[in-house]
Ligand binder design. Structure first.
Ligand SMILES: [Zn+2]
Ligand SMILES: [Zn+2]
Length: 412
């Protein structure tokens, strides 16, 4: 697409620059290219500490070996801290003897501690502190402490990942579904303030047991991140015959937030929610299905979370992007193409005076893909769809994709 619009400097000076400076006014110049590089990470990972079947060191090792730059271990309502002796060959079959032997072979005999307690052989689980000492390397690999704050209301599941916590956060409960959502998000935000650290929360898998509606997502006031893709097989990312998928929910929620609620748009993550590290398949909750890439100048927790707050990240199930830029005049998606693969970029949005539903504003096979807003858009976002299928899909997973964040173009 070629530029279609020319704007006077005066007009530009009067315009707000969309969402990165939400509620801010910007200078008339086009901003410089964002600094930094992309860091790849998964923010939703389970281990033996709660209901995963992988020892923590095995899980961390696999992500690092796969080329991830950062990883959040996010077990249910606990942190990887303290002394915990996990049963070997226990009834739940999550740690058979053969897997302990594999850990010994991989990490050395000295790295695996066993003890018999009341006649039951057990292995001590590695703490996050031990994992950091073993795996972290400056600018190469980072572990962020996390928790999946796991709550519910009358069978509806409210799961929220809290990233960079200082201590465990208890589920807050509440007398309605919305209260449970908001009380947990408020508690996580308050935890960050009280501990003087950046904390970020994302609402997980809204369609898991059909727990959250798009109206629930629209109502989120204390935080604005959610999972548009989750690799667990039971989360219905794509909805069903009567209920919308997470992508449609995202647009519906953002339309309401921007039109009526005065809230910033929801930003979306993809994650694995991995539980199963032995045996792949559609019914398994495996690694490497969904992740985020965050652009920042340094690989440290504060930089990554700040970049996410600024919207400098995209979600992916396989498509890699070289650049995403939302300047004053255009939304540009530059794909890191692979030979022999074709890509379609879809710019989706809602018109300010249009209907409730998002429409495809433009679609292109070009790289970079460029969209120039005409002033009629309430918001615009971009999805890149690859010609490749996901190698180990969860049920209903279509081709590999990347989701870029919604953008509120400057008013015309
Ligand atoms: Zn969950
Ligand atoms: Zn989970």
């Amino acid at each position: 697409m070629q530029p279609r619009h020319t704007r006077s400097a005066l007009a530009l000076a009067l315009l707000g620059l969309g969402w990165a400076g939400w509620a801010c006014r910007s200078t008339p110049q086009e901003p410089p290219p964002p600094a930094g590089r992309w860091w790849k990470g998964n923010t939703h990972t389970h281990t033996l500490w709660s209901d995963g079947d992988g020892a923590p060191e095995l899980v961390v090792d696999r992500y690092r070996e796969r080329g991830y730059d950062f990883l959040v271990l996010s077990d249910h309502n606990l942190l990887s801290r303290g002394e915990r002796w996990f049963p070997i060959d226990g009834a739940d079959k999550r740690l058979p003897r053969a897997r302990v032997d594999e850990l010994r072979a991989r990490f050395g005999d000295a790295a695996v501690e066993e003890r018999e307690i009341d006649g039951q052989p057990r292995m001590r689980l590695k703490t996050l502190e031990e994992l950091r000492a073993r795996f972290e390397a400056p600018e190469k690999f980072l572990l962020i402490e996390g928790e999946e704050v796991t709550d519910s209301f009358k069978g509806k599941q409210v799961h929220i990942n809290a990233l960079n916590v200082a201590d465990v956060i208890a589920p807050q409960k509440g007398d309605s579904l919305r209260a449970v959502l908001e009380r947990n998000l408020a508690a996580i935000a308050e935890h960050g303030r009280a501990n003087g650290r950046p904390v970020l929360a994302h609402v997980n898998h809204p369609n898991f047991v059909w727990s959250l509606t798009w109206q629930d997502l629209a109502s989120l006031a204390h935080e604005h991140f959610f999972e548009v893709y989750n690799g667990h097989p039971e989360v219905h990312n794509d909805g069903d015959a009567t209920r919308p998928g997470t992508e449609e929910m995202w647009d519906l929620a953002n339309t309401l937030r921007l039109r009526e609620l005065g809230l910033p748009p929801l930003l979306a993550l993809a994650s694995d929610d991995s539980h199963h590290y032995f045996g792949d398949g559609e019914k398994r909750s495996n690694s490497f299905r969904g992740w985020i890439c965050v652009r920042s100048t340094a690989l440290d927790t504060a930089s990554l979370l700040a970049a996410m707050r600024a919207g400098e990240f995209y979600a992916s199930t396989g498509v890699e992007l070289a650049d995403v830029r939302r300047t004053r005049e255009r939304y540009v998606v530059d794909i890191a193409t692979e030979p022999g693969v074709t890509y379609t970029t879809r710019f989706t949005g809602v018109l300010a005076d249009g209907g409730e539903r998002a429409i495809v504003l433009a679609e292109t096979d070009a790289d970079p893909a460029v969209y120039e807003p005409n002033g009629a858009e309430l918001f615009v976002r971009a999805t890149v769809i690859s010609s490749l299928p996901q190698p180990n899909p969860a049920p209903g997973d279509p081709a590999q994709r990347a989701w870029c964040q919604p953008w509120v173009p400057p008013a015309r």
